[in-house]
Design a protein around this ligand. Structure first.
Ligand code: 26V
Length: 814
């Protein structure tokens, strides 16, 4: 382990080497690269040893395959996990540099949209920290999720060219590049033994080059790998001259388009669009990953490929990598010579699928013609899977004959990726209990009856190392002072805090920590928005992607309601509140963008109205990303988790804020249900319709939004304000929101849940005034948040799906 002096010495040396300057003359960026190099060096040997240990032990390996890994910044988390954070901070302080400024030099790796991508990043941290042989496989997009700017209240998107400067964590492994084939035709020959041989012809080739990013476990010397694939030109192109003019031009076109495959991350996480480039990205990821897995399996194990599933498990993150099913079949049959039955056995025992949404508009369906054209051999295999599956239904399940069109992998000239993933895997899991129940009881009911043992729940989690230990050091220290540091290794030990429930001194300490975090946030808000907020007000936080189902609109209605109340009665007694929003809208999502515009417009009215006297402030923080979340979450008092019940599969921001001592105001949706069940009804503010009530309204068609509009004066007043009233003017108006709600009968039940939300928020207001009572509830939330560590989640995946145990290392350094 490096001493402070040694660290300081190395740092000076690195800066000198790289920049030729003394540390005093070095820019923060130079120091960032120097610290990163020290950490990288520190991990290097352990990385090598970890790989060697996995190979020597020949245990089962897990590959977490995901189109998204929202890893954010890595310097501080790597320092933390390697046990170097304190040493580094001390060394930097001695040199008169601020660690925060150094960390801020790192560009966020925004290779994900939101919850699904961040979950993958938390899982990597937990797999390494728990010593599981688990690796990530994803795409090295040259452009991450767009950067959001707000101009006159409107979102505009800028490209996120995060690789502009050297990314110090990646290592290019050109010698491990693989070739991926697209398009072309498939030739069929009958072999002497009567079996069929398939060989591709006239395909377009793309080189998949891996870039490896180390994933350090916490205090255990394990370093796993996140492998990100980059699409490049094949080294030499023998086909370029082609045998005809048309092939020649075809190849030129292809050469121009290759690098687009890992060009950018698709930014729409709600609305599936059948874009050919996205299909190519998915196949590129899946084919590269599986080719590598098979290659490694053959190199490491002395076993026939028929037994591959004993050593390999592939967890697919949503259906995005579900082409893994036909691709594994193809590789096993066409390249490795297995017959259909053996290949199918291996495939169905290797792949496991996680579902992350029941929103029908997000379900992936690819047009048959597109798959046929881009991936002709995959299509043949999907077709065969479908034929066999449907025949099985027809003969073995006559009771399901009528349902074949709803179950078939290919229907209406489309390939239904969720069905392919269910049929081709051994495990299908939802991400919170309620979500899994909905899958089993409604969305995937027939499949659940067909394969009863296949469906299971794995409630999401977050890494408590990043989301508490790293981002809220003062709270982490306070906890350790009270109950010892064991919670860091075993987060369920946070429950030990419960014995402080009636300890006033401790509750005051919690209050002080929160106050300090809010003071820091106040400065950040001032700097970024120019608005001053009251650090003693309730910090009421809703930070997540902008979606109608997440109901940011309900939150805005609450702000407008309070504003109206103050205007009617300026002397009213109200606990001051700061409403903090941060959210990116998908670039083509009109309503989401209107809601962002509305938030800004309401802010411009409320924040400047003299009658309000600063009691309400509305803040929208631009460009929500992992780093912004890290500064907002420790400062949150109230966590807004107000989705229409049944729509949010789990949510993970709810867990992060709970762990940082925020109280939740939420519906009985996703993991809120489990938070409620743990902390009890007195320590959470639950409101609104349940998912079954919503379902009933939908089934019966018995909800009438217009009735509420006419009956509830408060609702009508707000709606009319949008429709050309106080919140509309010549230049700006929100009629579309007004008409959208009323003409579609308020599909997300905003008006229906309004009353209960307002009453519940009044309860929040009065509870917040009694500091000790509030902190007591905060403490209960922190104490029970251990369940939501992704360590718990990963242990469950390992035990119930992956069938792997933590790896024990014999090497002395490990
Ligand atoms: C869908 C699509 C479809 C079109 C192309 C781009 C794209 C990108 C992502 C998605 C997936 C949306 C599903 C999703 O993000 N689900 C979220 O998963 C979280 C982790 O399980 C969970 O906490 C959230 O509740 C859930 O909304």
């Amino acid at each position: 382990m490096l001493t402070i002096e040694a660290f300081e010495h190395k740092l000076k040396e690195k800066v000198k080497q790289a920049r030729g300057v003394d540390i005093a003359g070095a820019a923060d960026k130079d120091i960032y690269y120097a610290v990163a190099a020290i950490v990288q060096e520190n991990m290097h040997e352990n990385w090598h040893e970890t790989k060697k240990a996995y190979e020597d032990q020949q245990e089962r390996q897990v590959y977490y395959v995901s189109m998204e890994f929202l890893i954010g910044r890595l310097l501080e988390s790597n320092l933390l996990n390697c046990g170097l954070r304190d040493v580094c901070h001390e060394a930097l302080h001695r040199l008169g540099r601020s660690p925060e400024d150094i960390y801020a030099e790192e560009h966020d790796a925004g290779l994900g949209n939101g919850g699904l991508g961040r979950l993958a990043a938390c899982f990597l941290d937990s797999m390494a920290s728990l010593q599981y042989a688990g690796h990530g496989s994803g795409i090295r997009y040259r452009y991450g999720l767009f950067e959001q700017r707000i101009i006159h209240g409107n979102q505009v998107e800028l490209p996120d060219y995060w690789l502009k400067e050297t990314y110090p964590w990646e290592t290019r492994k050109a010698d491990e590049a693989l070739t991926i084939h697209f398009g072309g035709e498939v030739d069929m020959h009958t072999r002497a033994d009567g079996t069929l041989e398939f060989s591709p012809r006239n395909t377009d080739e793309v080189r998949a080059v891996p870039y490896d990013v180390p994933v350090a476990g916490y205090d255990n010397n394990v370093v796993n790998t996140l492998r990100l694939w980059s699409a490049e030109l094949p080294p030499e192109d023998s086909h370029l001259l082609g045998d005809s003019e048309s092939r020649y031009y075809h190849h030129l076109d292809h050469m121009h388009s290759i690098e687009q495959i890992s060009g950018f991350l698709y930014p729409d996480d709600s609305n599936y669009e059948g874009k050919e480039l996205r299909l190519k990205q998915q196949y590129f990821l899946v084919s590269a990953t599986l080719q590598q897995i098979i290659g490694d399996f053959k190199r490491v194990h002395d076993l026939p490929l028929k037994q591959m599933h004993q050593k390999i498990c592939v967890q697919i993150n949503d259906t995005h990598p579900s082409l893994a099913v036909p691709e594994l079949m193809r590789l096993l049959m066409d390249q490795e010579g297995l017959n259909w039955d053996d290949a199918w056995h291996v495939t169905r025992h290797t792949i496991a699928y996680t579902n992350h949404t029941t929103l029908s508009e997000a379900l992936e369906k690819w047009p048959v013609d597109m798959i046929k054209h881009v991936l002709p051999r995959s299509f043949m295999i999907i077709n065969e899977i479908n034929e066999r599956f449907c025949q099985g239904l027809w003969f073995d399940h006559p009771e399901l004959r009528d349902k074949i069109p709803e179950l078939a992998v290919i229907a209406d000239d489309q390939v239904h990726m969720a069905r392919l993933a269910i049929v081709g895997s051994f495990s299908v899991n939802g991400v919170a209990q309620l979500h899994t129940d909905i899958l089993k009881k409604s969305e995937m009911k027939d499949f659940h009856e067909l394969y009863p043992g296949k469906f299971n729940n794995k409630t999401n989690g977050i890494t408590h190392r990043r989301w508490l230990l790293q981002v809220n050091t003062e709270l982490a220290d306070t906890i350790s002072d009270a109950i010892g540091p064991q919670w860091i290794q075993q987060p369920s030990k946070l429950a030990g805090l419960l014995r402080y429930t009636n300890d006033n001194a401790f509750l005051q300490k919690l209050d002080q920590v929160k106050r300090n975090n809010k003071a820091k946030m106040t400065d950040i808000i001032q700097k970024q928005t120019g608005i001053s907020v009251d650090p003693d007000s309730i910090f009421d936080v809703q930070i997540k992607r902008l979606h109608e189902y997440k109901r940011q609109l309900l939150n805005v209605f609450h702000v407008i309601y309070l504003y109206n109340e103050i205007k009617d009665n300026p002397a009213m007694d109200i606990t001051p509140r700061t409403f903090i929003f941060a959210a990116k809208a998908a670039p083509g999502y009109y309503m989401a963008k209107e809601i962002i515009k509305l938030i800004h417009h309401v802010a411009s009215v409320v924040n400047h109205d003299k009658d309000v006297k600063g009691r309400l402030k509305l803040i929208f923080m631009e460009n929500y990303n992992v780093s912004l979340a890290e500064s907002i979450i420790p400062a949150a008092d109230l966590s807004e988790q107000i989705s229409t019940a049944g729509k949010e599969a789990s949510g993970t921001g709810n867990m992060k804020m709970m762990m940082n001592g925020a109280l939740t105001v939420g519906t009985m949706d996703g993991a809120n249900v489990e938070i409620h069940d743990l902390v009890g009804r007195d320590n959470i503010f639950i409101f609104g319709l349940s998912s079954s009530e919503i379902q009933q309204y939908r089934d019966e068609g018995s909800y009438n939004a217009k009735e509420i509009y006419h009956a509830d004066d408060r609702v009508r007043r707000i709606m009319d304000q949008l429709n050309g009233g106080d919140f509309g003017s010549q230049e700006i108006e929100f009629k579309d929101i007004f008409y959208h709600i009323l003409s579609h009968n308020d599909p997300y039940f905003v008006l229906k849940d309004f009353e209960d939300y307002i009453v519940t928020q009044e309860h929040v207001d009065s509870t917040f005034r009694i500091r000790e009572k509030w902190q007591q509830k905060a403490l209960v939330n922190i104490a029970y948040s251990g369940k939501f560590s992704s360590d718990r989640t990963i242990h469950e995946y390992a035990a119930d799906i992956w069938n792997i145990a933590p790896v024990r290392f014999s090497t002395p350094s490990l």
